[in-house]
Design a protein around this ligand. Structure first.
Ligand code: URP
Ligand code: ZN
Ligand code: ZN
Length: 466
């Protein structure tokens, strides 16, 4: 099956250029100048022609930080692999990397197989896994090497959540040593969980129970401190480091310093830290619970620092940390005790549009938009050049994006399985028009036209950045 995408502007990090794109079966096979004799011949031999006049033709978005159906205490995140990947596709994301989790006392392989089973046959788009290591011991370290061979080439360690997912410094250092050896990359949730737990207990004993105290007990200084520590541990291990969901200026300063010294330190931020602030946690009654995530939303001033970090490449990637919980019955578990509110926000459907809004507002170039949402994620996590670029030989994961369209975000019209939107009422410039996943049209005119089970598991290679 040959398909020609004609009349559009192809955007890669290297530039934006008017170009015809020829797709054959699952892959992009050629790019050509409009009006060239080659392009005219393609038009005649193609089975289908898609008119992309006035549209941007970009590589499908890659969201490297999602949590579909992630268990948390008595509940679990409300998007399944089916609903979450469908919403992702509608929002212009054609690949997710989710987190398989090792339960304490169990092997990494058991966790990995459990997550493979949840996703298998259910995904609208391609998917891979990072592995959350919650039990660092000599056995799990050996298992890391096996997982790398199986295409899981990144591992998340937590400096937060003592007693649950937390690892102490020795454990984090030990896992970094293993990664330095097997070529994988350690991802760190950098918040000082031990200090935070003290602040939480003190707040609760003073009767401070509302959602806003979630933010007040997780100060940005403790994100900066943990980021500094993670960087030093990675330096000792001579291992690369990836800081997830960076929210605070203090943490960014640490990343900038390390990168300026030439250390292989990378960081992602998330749309919620670029567009929302801690003021949301103060919404009356219990509405603030909708905005509870960790690290917490920060003040408005840090948003400018984060946009600057994206421009200067001190921040490499925008991922969502999509971890939705419905307000009703899930966020409500924390009524009267903020520490019981499930942590996490929805956003997998909104990321491409929100970061394009950054382009509209002059924060990022068009090319950088593609870079931080697709190309660098592919390179960082061993998917390039199969994913993350419009080039011959790459998978035909293609988004046709209409830069002139506007739309208003609302839970009434979104496709994520969650009963609210943290961006409710926001007017965004730009909209997804069509999405191809490996040559199949899965979204057309805002409607999902794919089928569950189309998405395949991606065995990832090693990072291209290390
Ligand atoms: O609040 C958050 N971020 N929930 C998801 C789990 C994590 O730490 O990434
Ligand atoms: Zn985290
Ligand atoms: Zn997360």
């Amino acid at each position: 099956m040959k398909m020609l995408i004609t009349g559009g502007t192809v955007v890669n990090p290297s530039g934006a250029i008017a170009s015809e794109v020829l797709v054959e079966d699952e892959a992009i096979v050629a790019l050509g100048a409009p009006g060239s004799s080659a392009a005219e011949a393609w038009a005649e031999s193609s089975d289908r022609t898609i008119d992309a006049s006035g549209l941007l033709v970009i590589p499908g978005g890659i969201d490297v930080h999602t949590h579909m159906e992630m268990p948390l205490g008595q509940t679990q995140s409300s998007d399944t692999f089916e609903t979450g990947t469908r919403a992702a596709a509608i929002g212009g994301t054609t690949t997710i990397i989710d987190f398989a989790t090792q339960s304490k006392g169990h092997s990494l392989q058991t966790g990995f197989q459990a997550w493979l089973a949840k996703a298998d046959g259910n995904c609208a788009i391609d998917y891979g896994f990072h592995m959350i290591v919650s039990d660092v011991n000599e056995e799990s370290m050996k298992e890391m090497d096996v997982l790398v061979e199986e295409g899981v080439t990144s591992f998340k360690l937590f400096m937060a959540y003592p007693g649950v997912l937390y690892s102490d410094d020795a454990k984090i250092l030990r896992s970094m040593q293993q990664a330095a050896n097997n070529g994988s990359i350690i991802m760190v949730h950098a918040e000082n969980g031990i200090a935070i737990d003290l602040l939480v207990a003190q707040a609760l004993s003073r009767g401070e129970r509302d959602p806003r105290f979630h933010g007040e007990t997780r100060p940005s200084l403790l994100e900066g401190e943990a980021t500094h520590r993670a960087i030093q541990l990675a330096r000792v291990a001579d291992a690369p480091l990836y800081i997830v969901h960076l929210s605070a200026a203090e943490a960014l300063e640490e990343v900038v310093r390390a990168r300026d010294m030439g250390q292989r330190v990378f960081a992602e931020t998330c749309p919620q830290y670029l567009f929302l602030s801690k003021a949301e946690l103060e919404r009356p009654v219990f509405e603030g619970a909708k905005y509870v995530c960790s690290p917490p939303l920060r003040d408005y001033r840090s948003q400018a620092d984060l946009w600057k970090g994206l421009r200067t490449d001190d921040l490499s990637i925008v991922a969502t940390d999509h971890c939705p919980f419905c307000f009703k019955e899930q966020k409500e578990l924390g009524r009267g005790d903020f520490s019981k509110i499930p942590n996490g926000l929805p956003g997998v459907e909104n990321r491409m549009d929100l970061i394009y809004e950054g382009v509209s507002r002059g924060e990022l170039s068009l090319e950088r938009w593609v870079d931080v949402t697709s190309t660098t994620p592919a390179r960082m996590f061993g998917l390039f050049p199969k994913k993350g670029v419009i080039a011959p030989g790459s998978d035909a994961d293609i988004v046709l994006y209409d830069p002139r369209s506007t739309h208003i975000v609302s839970a009434k019209s979104h496709h994520m399985n969650v009963d609210y939107s943290v961006y409710e009422g926001m007017e965004l410039h730009g909209a997804v028009s069509m999405v191809l996943s490996r040559g199949r049209v899965v979204v057309d005119g805002g409607k999902y036209v794919g089928h569950k089970g189309h998405g395949s598991f991606l065995r990832r290679g090693l990072s291209r950045y290390l």
